[in-house]
Design a protein around this ligand. Structure first.
Ligand code: 5AD
Length: 504
């Protein structure tokens, strides 16, 4: 049986696409290789949101040319956003590549590999599925049965796609060109997928989409959500979707979403946050800049005051809700005053998490018309000042939680999975996320099986980016003991190797 390996770069949508590639390859009879060296087929799932991410692909392919030369039948596949953006050109530029496959063409991957195996030429398939959009569904493992300790358990957290593509035209952004126009998935299908995941043991679902809160049901199956205005152009059916998922899948403990656009943070969505206990008290809401002049040139379609008013309404409706954001520094024409406005916005909103990027020119984007006139050194220095500000806000926030009680959804054991991406100092700790998405490492519970449980903890210490915690007495008394060699450390879907595109 041919063996494959997948390396993932970039965002959660890419992580999700990689999981679907695992599914289609396994269904077609491939098995996962232990490492790239053992693989017959190597897939690079790429990101092109910033130039650095794209360069990573080029250097990786250069390195893999030797891997390919070692055996004539080895196959190198490039998938994801660079594949979509470059298409056939990649085959011409880099001879080591055999298959280029766009995000909408994942189901065709086994067929393309089959053609190659019988002597076909290198091929690129990068066609958007505009007429009949396909949303690939994970096949969850069967529901856990108490009798059989060998059946795998679904991972505690899962992603579910609700829409793909983007109709915004932010001037810096390549996504509309690599992911195509917006296409939405029927709410019936979304609910069915979530219900199946929850039946198999999943506790938290993150709804995925490039502008996830612009959702509208293509079959018109959703009633209007409370608070939704018929004549607000920013209104969508996203709040109605959240309400339907919460009502139809009551076993779902947490319902997250990413990434929303501030334009669609309308009163109906605020009301859903106020009324649905499954919605966690944290929202990632990209703002990009705190300067109106820059926001206008970025074509973000909101002002600083609108962003502040909308997020303030959300925080007022859900006391204690925290916000995180994405910010670009050094956009064309950004002055020191513009950047100062961004810093002041970070303080004003009090973001508890921040991804910052240096502006990077991308093909096809409207901002190519503007000169990239902020020197690299200035971009770097602004990014450092931005991180200094956000780290201080996060540190103060995490310290304020010491001594409080929080509910943590346990995602895995640090030692084996590093599920939260940050390893606890002790190694063999359970880790997970609080209701506000802070990472929490739970100490002194090695003998208990906490995977997938929502447990009550008290916070004992604040780390730089996470919390140390211990179970409350009540949570300890209620927890299951761990069975040696049992199933707690074997979630059905392993965490994929993710190389995040960072720092611009
Ligand atoms: N340059 C720098 N950062 C970018 N992002 C998107 N496009 C660019 C670009 N051309 C950032 C935005 C977005 C995040 C996913 O990546 O902040 O929210």
């Amino acid at each position: 049986m041919p063996r494959y390996s997948i390396t993932t770069f970039g965002c959660q949508m890419n992580v999700h696409d990689s999981e679907r590639m695992h599914d289609v390859l396994r269904c077609a009879g491939y098995t996962e290789a232990g490492s790239a060296d053992e693989a017959d087929v190597l897939v690079l799932n790429t990101c092109s949101v910033r130039e650095k991410a794209e360069q990573k692909l080029r250097s990786e392919v250069g390195r893999l040319a030797r891997w390919k030369r070692e055996r004539a039948d080895r196959v190198l596949v490039v998938a994801g956003c660079v594949a979509q953006q470059e298409g056939e050109r990649l085959l011409k530029q880099m001879r080591a590549i055999d298959v280029v496959v766009g995000p909408d063409n994942i189901p065709e991957l086994p067929g393309l590999l089959g053609d190659l195996a019988i002597g076909g030429l290198p091929i690129a398939r990068t066609v958007f599925d505009l007429d009949a959009p396909r949303f690939l569904v994970a096949s969850p493992p069967s529901p856990p049965s108490p009798a059989s300790s060998s059946s795998p358990r679904a991972a505690p957290t899962a992603f579910v796609t609700v829409m793909k593509g983007c109709d915004e035209r932010c001037s810096f952004c390549i996504v509309p060109y690599t992911r195509g126009p917006e296409r939405y998935r029927p709410s019936d299908e979304i609910v069915a997928e979530i219900a199946a995941l929850v039946a198999a043991g999943t506790r938290e679902v993150t709804l995925l989409g490039q502008t996830v809160n612009s959702y509208s049901d293509p079959l018109g199956a959703l009633p209007r959500a409370p608070g939704a205005s018929a004549d607000d152009p920013d209104e969508s059916e996203f709040a109605a979707l959240l309400r339907r998922v919460a009502a139809d899948v009551p076993g779902l403990a947490r319902l997250r979403y990413t990434s929303p656009h501030p334009r669609h943070l309308t009163p109906s969505l605020v009301l859903a946050h106020a009324e649905l206990p499954a919605l966690p008290r944290h929202v990632h809401m990209p703002v990009q800049s705190g300067s109106d002049r820059v926001l206008r040139r970025m074509i973000r379609r909101y002002t600083r005051a609108e962003y502040v008013a909308r997020t303030r309404a959300l925080v007022e409706a859900v006391p204690g809700l925290t916000l995180s954001t994405d910010i670009i520094v050094g956009f064309p024409g950004e002055t020191e005053d513009d950047f100062a406005a961004t810093l002041s916005l970070v303080r004003e909103v009090g973001f508890k998490g921040l991804f910052g990027f240096k502006y990077s020119r991308r093909p096809h984007t409207p901002a190519l018309k503007l000169p990239d006139d902020v020197p690299e050194g200035v971009k770097g220095e602004r990014l450092a000042r931005l991180f200094e500000e956000s780290e201080a806000l996060l540190a103060a926030h995490l310290s304020s939680l010491v001594g409080t009680t929080q509910e943590v959804l346990v995602e895995g054991r640090d030692k084996e999975r590093g599920a939260t991406g940050e390893r606890g100092p002790g190694g063999a700790l359970w880790s997970g996320r609080t209701g506000r998405h802070e990472i929490a490492h739970i100490e002194g519970a090695e003998e208990l099986d906490l995977l997938g449980e929502v447990v009550e903890v008290s916070i004992t210490r604040a780390n730089k980016h996470s919390l140390q915690a211990e179970l409350t007495e009540a949570a300890r008394a209620a927890a299951r003991p761990r069975q040696r060699g049992g199933l707690e450390a074997r979630p059905a879907r392993r965490s994929l190797p993710v190389v995040a595109a960072e720092g611009g």
